[in-house]
Design a protein around this ligand. Sequence first.
Ligand code: FMN
Length: 417
Amino acid sequence: MTQTERPAHFTLTEDEIKAKFPERLRGYDLFRAMGSPKHIVAPMVDQSELAWRMLSRRYGADLCYTPMFHAKMFSDAKSSKYRDEQWQTNETDKPVIVQFCANEPDALLAAARLVVGEADAVDLNLGCPQHIAKRGHYGSFLMEDWDLVSKLIRKLHENLEIPVTAKIRVYPELEKTIAYAKMVEAAGAQIICVHGRLREQKGHKTGLADWDKIKAVKEAVSVPVFANGNILYHEDIQKCIDATGVDGVMSAETNLYNPALFSGKVLPTWQMAEEYIEICKQVPTKNSFVRGHLFKLFRYSLPIHTDLRQQLAQARTPEEVEQFVGAMKKRLMEDEEKEGKFEPGSVVADEFGYKKYPHWICQPALRFEHDKEHSQSKRLLNEAKASPAKPEESKKTAREDVEEADSNAKRQKVAAA
Ligand SMILES: Cc1cc2nc3c(=O)[nH]c(=O)nc-3n(C[C@H](O)[C@H](O)[C@H](O)COP(=O)(O)O)c2cc1C
């Protein structure tokens, strides 16, 4: 399909679509109606659930995506079990974009219809690089099938009462990335989120996102664009906006390790954990999601307090989880007492642009060895592009690798999603 041809599956013209859905918001009208969100929580399987979205919103998240839901399972007429387990929302959960993966336009539309009235938009996942997405032929494995991508988006654009958006990855070739984004826009996507990594950049090959490609997409399309990738610290958000010109910045992994990222506050992990489990009392949350969050929040403390790791792994009830958080808080406060009060302003970036915080402070997960070998120069390059100022220098050596004790496999699984 070329840019100029009008594909056969475009059954309605834009004017006809406007007449069919006169109230439905488009592009920047949608963006503004959602409050012009600058800080965006990414879709994260098993992790961007309602309770986490509520916590993130307390700390500056302007817009949240749900985890990716499987359209066919979500719209299963025989059982609502999957949907009930995965999709929760409430009046505070606004604005929210519900994300689906799909490869059948009718199944996608059927699933999307079930969230009309609750979601601000429905997003199509075109970025998942996991093996399961390859087997199921969805996510980034649709990058070879532009015709199907166009059909999926168009189906919603022509038939759904709320807008459709898309989250894409980039290709090695800039021109192809731009053409792809334009095709996604032409099909009807009203916002495009660009994760600036290739499909192959997952697990230990995650590396850095390419902000240049995000910038090029932003310049090439007329709908709002969100950037995704390389956000470790609060100041990276503005650097990313300056470097790419995007409308909003999305974070996944760093949001999980530091849910206060968007607020710029530097807070203790136990405080975030306490607030999160309080929220979970209001909105019952699957135990596996809760433990997943706590393992990440306490990532740098669990290798030190190894006995508590066991306690968390075995926590099966909200009470047991709460006991764990209480025990961890006590240890962390003792650690702080021993090591002395920490002053956020005293932390400067090391020669790789990374900051070393005490283990009880929320901070991003860093893939030190990998980043040092492959990516740190790119991180600094991105920083240099965003701001002509020299990065702060410090004689501090890189963090002792306590984090290596924290299972690599788990980290890679997370990063690859
Ligand atoms: C735990 C986890 C689950 C994820 N699940 C999804 C998902 O459901 N849908 C999606 O589009 N991307 C998913 N991703 C990818 C993120 O949305 C994001 O594109 C990627 O992690 C890069 O952003 P980051 O550099 O801020 O981590 C997931 C990432 C993580 C860490």
